[in-house]
Design a binder for this molecule. Structure first.
Ligand SMILES: Cc1cc2nc3c(=O)[nH]c(=O)nc-3n(C[C@H](O)[C@H](O)[C@H](O)COP(=O)(O)OP(=O)(O)OC[C@H]3O[C@@H](n4cnc5c(N)ncnc54)[C@H](O)[C@@H]3O)c2cc1C
Length: 539
């Protein structure tokens, strides 16, 4: 029997040296995931196409496999399989990445979808909450409020996932009062590339804690977050001012009034933006305070604009009422009540520094562009200029070295966004160049100014180096690369703009050999183990 067993092992070994030529890393990954009871969706599965769809239908990628773990041990098993085989990993929370990074941002990733990790525990007595990162922000907002009238700052769309949102920033209208969503994070559970399950906080794994607050997708799978919550304000004044279609001169003066008001007069409990569209110029936002105080707060702005709004709406809501109002057409905060929508779009951002507001010349060029090419494009577009800074803004009191999100002196953040007219593919051929033109109409007139960009509005047209420069800046990028080399030396958490470690020259050759050998060795190991399992009982 022993001789036959040894003989069989020899046969398996010989066989397995041939098998990698007919077995792809993807198939080996699927085998490993199946062995771990993770029921992978692979390219032959009937659900594969639907499960691979990104929110942004302009982009589509083919993942190696998709898994839906139910707890952090499952996530660790999935990470182990991908690491052994050398397949890159993308965590997916809400799938709303502008670059389809939730499905990897390129072909061939293992997608770890976190939708089953969606529990929330609110402890109102000490104003904290712990939640699984598969929960969407609308459902989280509901749970926080129902758990003791708690709240936190986050974006307006209920369907955005908390994992991606808090991993890059998480701006919402209360952010000038409470900070970005990631500023509320006080602890995280993270699955690292080696499959270990670790905690990160201000006292444990501090470097990792720094990295996951702004650059999370490059560092691991964040399975749960602990946040500091706020008491939900009971009075929230929504306002919207619509200005008549403006000529360039009036538009520039109106925008300058907003810029000056934001820099000098807006109190931190005021969140607001300018929204521009084809023939549209609006200012809207929320005053988190008593209705009776609002008119005095907004008066300096209305006194400064060159013409009064043609229509206005001012209405007070309770907390869930204001969140629902801001959710707009998405309506309900409970995302299980109706299916998510999708869009087909390209977007860019620009962060205007408090010490370098837009010049009149730059604004003239900008509005000339909007009132020229902006009226003839095949896209359906809008621009938001969200106020981030100004007096006592909670976003900017945080030191720029405290989190990987390092833009802590932004006055306002532009989002330039252009969809196909029916939100479905195909994307208009002028779309990308039209959006690029919006941005360059500003930047080409302020050539000495360094503008940052917001990584939550990820721009897939940028190279990795360009992206890291504008999202993080040199100092933060270098720090992140060093942390990456500690926690993910093989760059398993990888996508086109991911932070990569910078290996020292001596270890480069060795690492390359390991990278090449790892998938091969893992395939051999898994296949040999499977064959032994099947054949040994027979002999
Ligand atoms: C309709 C819409 C409205 C938006 N509104 C706002 C807004 O008001 N304010 C704002 O700041 N942003 C806003 N955004 C941008 C949004 O914050 C980002 O797109 C965010 O990254 C989406 O997160 P997600 O989990 O839904 O996306 P996903 O595609 O699932 O993930 C985005 C990225 O994060 C990674 N990731 C996801 N989960 C984890 C995890 N648990 N651990 C590690 N990495 C993870 C993914 O791998 C991917 O790289 C909006 C986006 C859309 C589409």
């Amino acid at each position: 029997m022993a001789i036959r067993g040894n003989l069989l092992r020899t046969i398996v070994l010989l066989l397995s040296t041939r098998l990698p030529f007919v077995t792809s890393a993807s198939a080996t990954l699927t085998t490993c995931l199946s062995s771990a009871n993770l029921q992978p969706i692979s390219s032959s599965s009937s659900d594969y196409t639907a499960d691979s769809l990104a929110y942004n239908r302009r982009l589509s990628y083919k993942p190696a496999d998709i898994v839906f773990p139910t707890n952090e041990q499952d996530v660790a098993s999935a990470v182990n399989c991908a690491s052994q085989v050398g397949v890159k990993i993308a965590a997916r929370s809400g799938g709303h990445s502008y670059a389809a990074n939730g499905v990897g941002g390129e072909d061939g990733s293992l997608v770890i979808d976190l939708k089953n990790l969606n529990s929330v525990k609110v402890t109102a007595s000490n104003q904290t909450a712990v939640f699984g990162t598969g929960i969407r922000i609308g459902d989280l907002a509901l749970a926080l409020f129902n758990g003791g009238k708690q709240a936190m700052a986050h974006g307006t769309c209920p369907y955005v996932g908390t994992g991606g949102h808090l991993g890059c920033g998480g701006f919402g209208l209360p952010s000038r009062l409470w900070g970005l969503a990631l500023d509320a994070v006080i602890g995280a559970q993270v699955i690292l590339a080696n499959g270990s399950i670790v905690t990160a906080s201000s006292t444990e794994n501090q470097d990792l804690f720094f990295a996951i607050r702004g650059a999370a997708p490059s560092f691991g799978v964040v399975t749960s977050l602990t946040v500091k919550t706020q008491s939900a304000p009971s009075s929230n004044v929504f306002f919207n001012y619509v200005f008549s279609p403006l000529n360039v001169t009036m538009a520039v003066e109106t925008f300058l009034a907003y810029q000056n008001f934001g820099a000098n007069d807006a109190p931190p409990n005021l969140g607001m933006n300018v929204e521009l569209g084809n023939g549209d110029f609006e200012m809207s936002g929320v005053f988190y305070g008593p209705t009776s105080n609002f008119s005095a707060v907004i008066r300096p702005l209305l006194d400064a604009v060159p013409q009064q709004p043609k229509s206005e709406s001012v209405k007070t809501y309770d907390w869930l009422g204001i969140l629902t109002q801001l959710a707009g057409s998405d309506g309900s905060l409970n995302t299980s009540t109706k299916a998510d929508v999708s869009d087909t779009f390209y977007a860019k951002s620009l962060m205007v520094e408090e010490n370098a507001p837009l010049t009149k010349t730059a604004l003239q060029s900008f509005f000339n562009y909007l009132y020229g090419p902006g009226t003839t494009t095949d896209t359906s577009w809008f621009i938001l200029a969200d106020l981030w800074g100004g007096p006592s803004s909670a976003i900017n009191v945080v030191p720029s070295t405290q989190t990987a999100f390092s833009h802590r002196s932004t006055l306002y953040t532009f989002q330039f966004y252009a969809s196909s007219s029916n939100s479905a593919p195909p994307y208009p051929s002028d779309g990308i160049s039209f959006v690029d033109g919006m941005v360059s109409s500003i930047t080409s007139n302020m050539s000495g100014t360094d503008f940052g960009m917001y990584s939550c509005y990820v721009d897939p047209q940028l190279s990795a180096a360009e992206a890291q420069q504008v999202y993080y800046g040199n100092a933060t990028t270098t720090r992140l690369q060093n942390i990456k080399s500690q926690v993910d030396p093989m760059n398993i958490f990888s996508f086109p703009q991911a932070i990569e470690n910078v290996p020292d020259p001596e270890s480069t050759a060795q690492s390359a050999a390991q990278r090449g050998a790892a998938p091969y060795a893992a395939q051999l190991g898994v296949i040999a183990a499977l064959l032994l399992d099947v054949l040994l009982p027979v002999v």
